[in-house]
Design a protein around this ligand. Structure first.
Ligand SMILES: [Zn+2]
Length: 353
């Protein structure tokens, strides 16, 4: 197998994004391709994978059943990761820098090497610095024919409106959790309980679920749950030490999209934990629990907390997640979250049971 080939997926192999793919296929039938697309959706649901399949689709010399043939030269180059007219940009560290956009603009000044279309994929476009975004606008304003730019973004509101308005938006939906769970059981041999926990916690992101399935996610999650339950009994100093631990775990992580490690993951785990507590508190159906494997502990904890304080904690964690996504200072965001949650639980009795 050639390098990169194992990661490539054709349209028909991508699950849960039939609607987005349907729109992309139609464009080719009309032979009038927008020069810029905005692929919108949470990380890990197939935006980049679909962009790659689309690059193959538009460059294929003999499309079969609304998909690239997989046999012609451009198809094989794209699948093998050595197609000369494919540009990919992703954050260099925490941001997409102006140098990266300038380099892209230089590439656009040249003719295509061999492809019918040059395809440029920019992942996490919201991470462009202001300078980079402004430089990029020029590219979008005067597009050379034969170029297709695909921007991947979680939330279009985080982009310049002038960028958004120049792109055709395509929405990528989170997958239903039973679809993710079934996939994990069939392809990763996960037991049903673990598959169900991952499917729900990943909120319909197969990519995220997969990453979690492949590392020591369950151990870390257990630790994170233990920590939030012990906050009430800790001194503020100890609570802040916990924050530092999380932030340091982040620094050790891969950088870039760290939605499955570090601080972002702690927040996700905690939010699902509080959602579960609220669900039990209002006597909602237990089959909607995220953390099904901790249902007894959840029940014990829920008794000691009020609906009001649970809602407050959920909103707080929600805000913290958004702040982290927008690259605010992680340590400050986490300190605020931890201390406020600690305060909310105060006087509600010992919840660490
Ligand atoms: Zn082909």
């Amino acid at each position: 197998m050639k390098q990169g080939e194992s990661n490539f997926k054709s349209f028909s192999q991508i699950i849960g994004q039939e609607k987005a793919i349907g729109i992309l296929r139609q464009v080719m039938e009309r032979d009038r391709i927008p020069h810029a697309y905005l692929f919108v959706g949470i990380p890990g649901i197939g935006k980049r994978t679909t962009a790659m399949a689309f690059a193959r689709f538009v460059n294929c010399k003999g499309r079969v059943d609304g998909d690239g043939c997989g046999r012609c030269v451009p198809c094989r180059q794209i699948m093998g990761g050595n197609f000369p007219d494919l540009e990919q940009i992703e954050p260099d560290g925490q941001v997409i820098k102006i140098e990266q956009i300038r380099e892209l603009n230089r590439v656009f000044e040249y003719k295509r090497v061999s492809g019918r279309y040059r395809v440029c994929i920019i992942q996490q476009a919201e991470k462009m610095t202001e300078e980079a975004a402004n430089a990029f606008l020029k590219t979008l304003e005067e597009p050379a024919p034969g170029n297709i730019i695909i921007l991947g973004v979680t939330e279009p509101l985080d982009l310049l409106p002038t960028i958004v308005s120049r792109c055709q938006q395509i929405s990528f939906r989170p997958l239903p959790s039973d679809m993710v769970a079934t996939w994990l059981m069939e392809n990763k041999a996960l037991d049903p309980e673990k598959a169900s926990v991952l499917a729900r916690i990943s909120e319909g992101s197969l990519g995220r679920a997969l990453e979690m399935a492949e590392d020591d996610y369950f151990e870390r999650r257990q630790d994170d749950i233990f920590k939030i339950n012990s906050l009430q009994n800790q001194s503020p100093v100890k609570a802040l030490e916990t924050v530092l631990e999380f932030v340091q775990r982040d620094r050790k992580g891969s950088g870039g999209d760290d939605s499955t490690t570090g601080v972002a993951q702690v927040l996700t785990t905690w939010k699902t934990w509080y959602r579960d507590l609220l669900l039990l508190k209002v006597e909602g159906p237990e089959d909607l629990l995220f953390n099904v494997d901790f249902s007894q502990r959840l029940k014990n904890t829920a008794r000691n907390l009020s609906i009001e304080s649970l809602i407050k904690s959920i909103l707080l964690l929600d805000q913290a997640q958004r702040d982290i996504l927008r690259a605010r200072n992680r340590e400050l965001v986490m300190e605020n979250a931890v201390l406020t949650i600690k305060e909310e639980g105060h006087g509600q009795g010992n919840t660490n049971q």
